[in-house]
Design a protein around this ligand. Sequence first.
Ligand SMILES: [Zn+2]
Length: 314
Amino acid sequence: MRRSRGLTTVRPHGMIPPWIEAMPQTDFDNAPTKSGVVPEGPEIRRAADKIGKALVGKVVEGGTWPFPSLQQADSLILGQEVLSVTSRAKAMLIRFSSGYTMYSHNQLYGRWTVHLKATDPRSNRSLRAEFLTDKHAVRLWSATDIVLLPTPEENGHPFLARLGPDVLDESITKDDLLTHLKSKGVWRKKGATLMLDQRSFAGLGNYLRSEILHMAGVHPDDRPCDLDEDTLERWASCIKSVTVQAYEHSGITVDLDTAKSSKARGEPRRMWRHAVFCRNDRPCLTCGNLVVRVRYGGRRLDYCPTCQPARRDS
Ligand SMILES: [Zn+2]
């Protein structure tokens, strides 16, 4: 089925080696996982894929929608076909043949589940929305940021309207990202700020910030205007490649051989997945010098001062 350009719904992941610990198969919890990882764009997109596999092309045969903003669900969702399920930054978008979209954002407490219809979901959480197809039950729990809106008006939603280019959007190329790095409002902002601000680059988050800056060799205090063209091109390329790598491989940002070696040394999951994030006070995998932890606005950032030398003059 053809979906709107650039907004992926269901697509196969790369082959995941069995030694990689998979994400939970049914729960997509936006709260930090046991390993302390807060889901970022790649994790939300994987959740959208999973929900899409159960819903896309199916008619919503039943369900309940107890949340106040879903009062029109019986006419706009029930009996309608699900056309696509996708994500933008950390928002989930489910589009129906009625011409309406359900927008939801899990904040820190919402959770999606996918079960076979006969399975008892057993949750103490508050049910917000339930979609029943011939086979599956897809449910949203606890979230409070949910609206139904006409699909053509999606981009006018206050959250979506403020987003920068969505890094995981297939129509956004590294050249687009390079152009964006040079644009007004971005050109003079620090890397540490840009790699977390959804209005600059949608879908990035804390682990991706450290990993992208390291892979690109960009110091967190450097701004696009401090850098030469080669470094800017590398930065743009890494914004795309590191995020796509994380999406395709369950949040692993290093190549799989590197991850395997780190895991074989007995490193915990939060460390072997990355090149610098959560590897502070340990040797950099690239140069052997120690990775340093700093904080920006209370959020941790790990980087290698050798691989990421400051280029800013002032
Ligand atoms: Zn290094």
